[in-house]
Design a protein around this ligand. Structure first.
Ligand SMILES: [Fe+2]
Length: 180
């Protein structure tokens, strides 16, 4: 096996290609681990971010949301396991190969929709969501944020377990994903 990519051969790349394939199917397990790690982040809210994520996903599920809507509700804040200020774009890019374009844009921009409830406290425009009214994904962003995300900070709410969402993550995120 080469030690510099410049020296790679067809045989090297056949070995590497085969070894890569087993990793293509680990995305659901990685997403579960990232969600689990959110239990360590409370960031001043009444509940930790795992409870918040599970409550958001549970509210979507009980609202007869589609499978993709439940999945993005559960995962909308998963980017916080990497970085809080950029968590929307991080989560959106993680999910992009597996979800619709509308779902991607909803996750990418969801913080500006939440801003309706707190941007005014920080000297920012709380109506930033109005910039997006012409987009096809605007109604889904409003639904996700107003019905499932914004109400989901109750530490006492009996959420569905993380494990109960695993089959859904397996369904949506098991394939290698389309090429970007
Ligand atoms: Fe959230």
């Amino acid at each position: 096996m080469f030690t510099k990519m410049q020296d790679g051969t067809l045989e090297d790349w056949a070995v590497i290609g085969a070894a890569h394939k087993e990793h293509f199917y680990k995305t659901p397990a990685h997403l579960m681990d990232m969600l689990r790690s959110l239990e360590e982040i409370t960031a001043g809210f009444a509940c930790d971010q795992l409870q918040h994520s599970l409550m958001t996903g549970t509210l979507a599920r009980r609202d007869n949301a589609s499978d993709e809507e439940v999945a993005i509700a559960l995962l909308h804040d998963v980017g916080k396991s990497v970085n809080i200020p950029n968590h929307g774009p991080i989560a959106a890019e993680l999910m992009r190969p597996y979800v619709s374009d509308d779902a991607y844009h909803v996750i990418y921009n969801h913080q500006h929709f939440q801003g309706k409830f707190y941007y005014s406290f920080m000297g920012e425009n709380p109506n930033m969501r109005d910039d997006f009214t012409h987009n096809s994904w605007y109604p889904l962003a409003v639904k996700l944020v107003d019905r499932w995300d914004a109400p989901a900070f109750d530490p006492e709410f009996e959420v569905d377990s993380l494990e109960s969402f695993e089959p859904l993550l397996q369904e949506i995120f098991s394939q290698p994903g389309r090429t970007l």
